[in-house]
Design a protein around this ligand. Structure first.
Ligand SMILES: Cc1cc2nc3c(=O)[nH]c(=O)nc-3n(C[C@H](O)[C@H](O)[C@H](O)COP(=O)(O)OP(=O)(O)OC[C@H]3O[C@@H](n4cnc5c(N)ncnc54)[C@H](O)[C@@H]3O)c2cc1C
Length: 510
């Protein structure tokens, strides 16, 4: 019996984000188990969350963790921001709602690295389980699942121009980016229903919260795990100004995301021994991979155009069209993504070049980055932000892919399809190779997709095994985007939801 809650708990899930909400909802489907979900943030009830076009306004609000990167050594030591959702729904409550499952080779690659059960055919079943696709059910698309997914109903004319412009670079048009092929240009799949954000809260958690066996506590920030010997038995968290602890009979599931999960592990004594000792943290298990392998999709902010006709307001999420393609022949999948942003977008270092309004952006990104960074604790205090060294452009190959991506995107931007809109290319303009590399170093920013800090695998650097169990500790799993050994080449929300579905199945199966 847990004294503070007045009941015996079977499972505690920490973090009500994209994956955590799915795990909580699925586990509590069994009325015989007691489930607790702890979330550091508060409710998602806010008009800026509901209206899918307002997501940029949330990034500096109280509903986001306000992290920053360490100086980007290969990007002129600029500091980039790392906003993450801090409310029910986590990042799915403030993201751009694009639903992209990733390329089959992403998951087959995980399986080849030893992650059995994570190949494309395994994860496709889970994607179909989660989806309520606004179309016909098929072997590729799910209908009747919790999450509504649909293409934009009324795309902005600029999004249409982007899709049409792909002809000039020889990229095919796609009906459905989550269909038989991912490579091509088309309208994004969106988790927007009746004009409103359809997050994991709407899809999974809200109805589950009516169940008597699911307790959700918001404004409950976990400080550390309670570990006895080699078993995780509970959680210490701060709520209403006091530290409380709670225990679970079966398992604790850490779903606090790419920053939260490795931080909580390290504060609990699970991490690289030398780092923990330096901070005075008692080492429970030396796990050198915790916090390592940090990577993200580096994105250019941006290739900008002044528009010669009034653009009007962005439609849907303001990011309705997307393209995946290869920078060179012979790759197993796409290594470039480009997005059409129906608004101006530039890093602070270049923002003063932008017109104040009537400006659109083509934003290319490296979909399979080679650069790797790390995340380390700055202190043992859970209130202190960690050191987030995302290390964009550390690898020359990322620079080369980005050069190819920029060239493609500038050709698309200069095409006839954009002629009714294009007044001038604001930046970068025609530059030589050296100048373009300098532009990359000034304009590279996050696409908000960091992953990898609690890598799944079978080697010594793996933090969790293919069943998501934390190596060296019993009764503890990680289930969120931090477990990706390598980033998927699409946006990372759908994979996080899939990871939640897979974790729940593995836990129930035990
Ligand atoms: C601005 C933005 C736009 C994006 N746009 C898209 C998009 O359009 N499409 C897409 O596919 N992806 C997008 N992403 C990325 C995608 O949303 C994330 O990869 C995904 O949501 C990550 O899910 P997660 O479960 O790993 O973590 P999260 O969703 O981040 O959930 C982690 C949860 O844990 C909580 N937490 C953290 N620390 C603690 C603690 N100590 N105690 C208790 N709770 C804690 C957090 O508050 C949060 O609720 C975007 C991300 C951002 C930030």
């Amino acid at each position: 019996m847990d004294a503070s809650l007045g009941k015996k708990l079977d499972y505690i899930i920490i973090g009500a984000g994209s994956a955590g909400c799915v795990v909580a909802a699925r586990l509590s489907e069994n009325p015989d188990v007691e489930v607790l979900l702890l979330e550091a943030g508060g409710s998602d009830a806010h008009s800026d969350v509901e209206d899918p076009v307002k997501w940029p306004r949330l990034l500096r609000s109280e509903r986001a963790w306000q992290y920053e990167t360490a100086p980007l050594r290969h990007c002129n030591n600029r500091v980039d921001r790392v906003p993450r959702g801090k409310m029910l729904g986590g990042c799915h409550s403030l993201n751009a709602n694009i639903w992209a499952r990733g390329h089959r080779s992403d998951f087959d690659g995980w399986e080849e690295q030893g992650c059995r059960g994570w190949g494309w055919s395994d994860v496709l079943r889970l994607y179909r389980k989660s989806e309520d696709w606004n179309g016909v059910a098929s072997e590729l698309r799910g209908v009747g699942g919790p999450l509504y997914v649909a293409p934009p109903t009324d795309p902005h004319p600029l999004a249409t121009a982007f899709v049409e412009s792909s002809d000039v670079v020889g990229v095919p048009r796609l009906e459905d980016h989550n269909g038989p092929e991912m490579e091509g240009a088309g309208f994004a799949n969106l988790t927007i229903k009746n004009g409103q954000r359809h997050s994991v809260v709407n899809a999974y958690l809200r109805s589950a919260m009516n169940r008597p066996n699911l307790t959700v506590i918001t404004h409950a920030e976990t400080s550390r795990l309670l570990i006895e010997g080699t078993r995780c038995v509970g959680v210490e968290y701060e709520h209403e100004g006091t530290l409380k602890s709670v225990r679970a009979e079966c398992e604790i599931i850490l779903a606090t995301g790419v920053i939260g999960s490795p931080c909580i592990l390290m504060r609990s004594g699970i991490g690289p021994e030398d780092q923990l000792k330096r901070l005075g943290i008692d080492v429970v298990f030396d796990s050198p991979g915790v916090g390592q392998n940090l990577h993200d999709h580096p994105m250019i902010g941006g290739i900008n155009y002044e528009c010669k006709v009034p653009m009007g307001a962005p439609h849907h999420n303001g990011v309705e069209a997307s393209m995946w393609w290869r920078s060179k022949a012979g790759l197993i999948g796409p290594d470039i993504q480009a997005l059409l942003l129906e608004f101006p977008y530039a890093t602070p270092a270049l923002a003063d070049r932008l017109p104040s309004s009537n400006c659109y952006t083509i934003a290319p990104l490296v979909a399979r980055p080679a650069s790797r960074g790390s995340m380390t604790l700055s202190s043992a205090n859970f209130k202190d932000s960690p050191i987030i060294d995302v290390n964009f452009m550390a690898s020359d190959s990322d620079v080369e892919v980005m050069l190819a991506a920029i060239e493609m995107c500038r050709n698309m931007g200069a095409s006839d399809a954009f002629a009714p809109f294009r007044k001038r290319e604001v930046m970068p303009g025609k530059l030589n190779r050296r100048e373009m590399i300098e532009f990359i170093r000034m304009s590279t920013t996050t696409c908000f997709h960091p992953v990898g800090t609690c890598k799944m695998g079978v080697d010594r650097d793996a933090v969790v095994d293919p069943e998501l169990r934390v190596r060296g500790i019993k009764g503890l799993r990680v289930a969120d985007a931090s477990i990706m050994p390598t980033i998927t080449c699409g946006n990372t929300n759908a994979p996080a939801v899939m990871i939640g579905e897979k974790a729940a199945e593995m836990i129930v199966g035990n």
